[in-house]
Design a protein around this ligand. Structure first.
Ligand code: SF4
Ligand code: SF4
Length: 364
């Protein structure tokens, strides 16, 4: 197999050389815990990337699988004493694999759906059409996100219901996919920037000053990634932050509950307190943290394109995360990907996984 042409990995050449092979990343990597091969841990992925860069390792099926079973959860970056940015290396590596034609069929279909239909599922409706709302001008705009709109509509319905109950004059942003999935799987970043540009223009056109999002992945894009490429002339809030700022009067709920930090909201965007503050406002709730929480939270296994291409590995990661919630009857989170994947990993219906947006609407 011939050497691939490198356009992106060059940018992370130094980072690749900083890894001391200490192996500290083995103690946290969810894909390593599921797959149990050294090639599926951060250290292994650094070696594979270096091999691709020098041409000593061919882009064969096993290399591609090990690069694409990383959920981009960033726990290794937190744990790494040498501060190697493994997520950056993995994403650059993916970009070079894709530009050389090594794209997984599932990921190719997802990216083409986004380009053709504006969402990864190939749904013919736009988000506002599916929500049956007429976009208007308002200072507060809701960005529903593809996953919640097309796969967990209970979350988008709950968000709109919350705005109505609180009397917030709002609109739904008439946007396409935020571009997160394309960026995570290594698709051409020029296409991602075009999505960013389109969305920012649509949001500006509606006079939106505060954009509220209920998906952790979309939030990270607008908050952390968009400003690297386009001007973002509006405030970006996760629904948890929006709710935290409200004088909420929530109904009592007697339940043993815990909270799962989505990697995109927590480690990637540093939002830890807002969801917990909202949960604290629920009278009667018995809240316990999971053993790994906040910065050390473990990934649910649903991100980075892993769920679509490697569902078995994704499920194993969800099962491992759910073990930490053994004493809770209610697992609250703030991302439709996490809701979906934790439900996917659950056996039986003894526990309930719920999005905070949905729970808040139920109790308002
Ligand atoms: S913790 Fe960092 S330096 Fe150590 S092996 Fe993992 S990536 Fe390399
Ligand atoms: S980002 Fe997460 S899944 Fe990927 S190598 Fe690091 S710890 Fe493992």
């Amino acid at each position: 197999m011939s050497k691939i042409s490198i356009k992106n990995l060059d940018k992370v050449k130094n980072a690749v050389n900083v890894c001391t092979m200490c192996g500290f990343c083995k103690s946290v990597c969810p894909s390593f815990k599921a797959i149990k091969w050294d090639s599926s841990v951060a250290r292994g992925r650094v070696i594979l990337s270096y091999g691709l860069l020098t041409g000593d390792i061919p882009a064969d099926a096993s290399v591609i699988e090990n690069i694409y079973t990383c959920t981009t959860c960033m726990d290794c970056v937190r744990r790494c004493p040498s501060k190697v940015d493994i997520v950056e290396i993995v994403e650059m590596c993916r970009a070079d694999l894709v530009s050389n034609g090594h794209i997984l069929p599932k990921h190719k279909a997802v990216a083409e759906n986004i380009l053709n239909f504006g969402n990864p599922y190939g749904e013919k409706d736009t988000m506002v059409q599916r929500l049956k709302v007429k976009p208007k001008n308002a200072k507060v705009g809701y960005f529903p996100g593809c996953s919640a709109t097309f796969r967990t509509p209970e979350t988008t319905n709950a968000a709109l219901s919350i705005f109505r109950k609180l009397g917030t004059d709002h609109t739904v942003a008439d946007c396409k996919c935020c571009g997160s999935v394309m960026q995570r799987i290594g698709w051409d970043n020029n296409d991602v920037v075009k999505m960013m540009d389109h969305n920012v223009k649509a949001i500006r056109k509606q006079g939106i000053e505060t954009l509220v999002l209920s998906c952790a992945g979309c939030y990270r894009m607008f908050k952390e990634e968009y400003p690297k490429y386009v001007d973002v002339p509006f405030k970006v809030l996760h629904m948890a932050e929006f709710l935290d700022a409200q004088d909420l009067k929530l109904k009592e709920m007697k339940v043993k509950a815990t909270y799962h930090d989505p990697c995109h909201l927590g480690r990637h965007a540093h939002v830890y307190d807002a969801p917990r503050n909202v949960i604290k406002k629920i009278p009667g709730i018995e809240f316990t943290e999971m053993a790994n929480n906040r910065e050390t939270s473990r990934c649910c296994g649903g991100g980075g394109g892993v769920r679509s291409a490697y569902p078995n590995e994704s499920k194993m990661m969800a099962e491992a995360r759910l073990e930490e919630a053994a004493s809770a009857d209610l697992i609250i989170t703030t991302c439709p990907f996490c809701v979906n994947n934790l439900r996917f990993g659950m056996s039986g219906d003894a526990k309930r996984v719920v999005d905070l947006t949905e729970l808040a609407d139920e109790l308002l």
